[in-house]
Each structure stands twice: as C-alpha cells, then as structure tokens.
Design a protein around this ligand. Sequence first.
Ligand code: PGA
Length: 239
Amino acid sequence: MNKLVFKTEKALDEAAAGIIAALLQTKPDAVLGFATGSTPLGIYGELVRLHAEGKISFREATAFNLDEYVGLPRHHPQSFHAYMQKHLYDHIDILPQNRHIPDGSAPDPEAECLRYDELLRQAGRIDLQLLGIGHNGHIGFNEPAPGLIGGTHVAELSEQTRQANARFFPSFEEVPKFAITMGVGSILQARRILLVAKGADKAGIVRRALCGPITTQVPASLLQTHPRLTVLLTEDAAG
Ligand code: PGA
C-alpha cells in the first residue's frame, strides 16, 4: 500500500488527477472506474481542466461507474447518471457508448446486474478504480455485512448511508433504499486502486479500514489485500 497525505484538498485533487492523466497519456484506451459522492468532485474538476488545456483526452477510454440508485431515472438530479454528466461527461470527450453506469430504472434490476457484469467482462480489467469510503467503511454500495458479494448486485442501503446521503435530497424519506453496485470482487480485480478520503470525519474509518483486521464488516478493509493500492488522504483524514 502506498499512502500519500496532502495538506489541502486541492493538492490531493491535483495529485489524483495527475495519476489518472499519466495513465491516459501512456494508455489512451484505459478502462477507468469512477465513483460519485463529494470526495471525487475536485478530482473531476482537475480532469476537466487538464482536458480543456489539451493535456488529456478520454476519446479512446472506457469508464464504469461503481453504482446507481434503484428507482431513480437517469435525468433525476440526484441520480449518479446526472452527477457524472454535470461534473465530468459534459466537459470531456469520452464517447457516450463508452460511459457505463448501472441503470437504476431498469425494469428488472437483477437482469441489469448481469448485463453490467457482462460489460465489465468484455472490457477486461479496470486499469484504475477511483474509490471513496463511506463512514461505515462501504466501498461502492457494498455495506458492512457478514458476507460480501463479488459481482454486481442489488444492495439494500444501510440507515447510516441513507442518512449520510440525505443531504442531497429534499427529505430522508426520498433517499432510495436500494442501489445497484459493483461487487467487491470486481473492485478488487482492478489493476490499480486509488482510495481517497477527505476530512476529519473520515479519520476513524480510514484507520479501521487500513490498519484494522480485514473483515466484511468494514468492506474497505479488503483493499488491504490489493497489490496496487494507493491511498490519498488529506491531513485531517489521516488523523
Ligand atoms: P462521500 O461518499 O464522498 O460523499 O463522502 C463516499 C462514499 O459513500 O463512498
């Protein structure tokens, strides 16, 4: 594990975007794994800037998102489809057919999970997976549990996760109860993983995930087994 600690969020964002940019420069057809939430916003801002300056192109790249809420249509402002459009895809040259996000409004979510796994299989391994971490140690929407699922599946969101995400919805009741998420097996198959955490409120779970026992009750702790894990932390998240 390679751990990098930054004084400011901006420095972290620049470093993370620099790692992604370096990959695209050496492998323009890279397969990227993207995340949503507050954590990667600044990183996407940096990628947009690097693209606008002509330093990187996503034209040959493919991207897979980790997850999507079940029941939210793509155009819903809180869908992860809308998030990716707004913060990244509207501003870069990635081809529409190469952007993959689970379809949370698919009539048969189980069939959608199988479709997503097939797309992942066809793409080969993800070259670089960007990850945030939930306060309960979730990655994607793989919540703490006695056992975890390897492939894409429908996950029930924990109360804690719904509370954390309620800030984006008019009320707690409107936060979806289920999501489609890539499984930990698919995440761990990525060639390289960038785990990013910002803020003092993440310090406790970062410590448990990286220094505690490997347990499905802290899904991010499984990342300790990954051969190419880079952890990027702000000073306060590093504790
Ligand atoms: P956050 O979410 O980036 O909004 O803190 C992280 C996560 O839940 O994985």
